[in-house]
Write a new protein. Sequence first.
Length: 208
Amino acid sequence: MQVNAIAPGILAEEAKRLGALLVHYSTDYVFDGSKKSPYKEEDAPKPLSVYGRSKLEGEQAIAASKCRYLIFRTSWVYGSRGRNFLLTILKAAREKPELRVVDDQFGAPTSSSAIADATARVLPLRAAQGLYHMTAGGQTSWFGFAQTILRNAAISTPVLPIRSDQYPAKATRPRNSVLDNARLKQAFGVSLPGWESQLEQVMGQVLR
């Protein structure tokens, strides 16, 4: 709560005092995942976890400050460094005889570099502000994501699909994490590449 809710509110107040633009990243976890179609910015949030609630409170604190802001909701973020699903799958596939991955949660794997690039394209537009969804095009399940990772890496470790209730997690995750990016494209002419092409680019960095 301190990092995700309180700190953004403090940053927003400082941005307002300085006349600065605050750029903040939020998450699909503000939704409960029960919607059958991609979530739009105007859909009512209903977080299932403390993490989701803390991120939603951060969004609300920023909006309440009346500062100039850009809030980008994204999802399933990964990259060539740090701790993320891509690197976890590659490591596990080299250490285990088989992998068991959830196949009933859906989203758009989005690379951190694609988010950075899209943000850089929006920032020069001085009128830019508000809440926007920013994810890769297309969608898949965690199982589909894992399969594609291993195929691109030419790793033959078997991947078995499982249900969410077969994978014990400390926090409940949304079944549907797909976000509608139409507002971002309409406002700024910016759209992110499809998730598969983003993955190919990142894996080119990881495997070289």
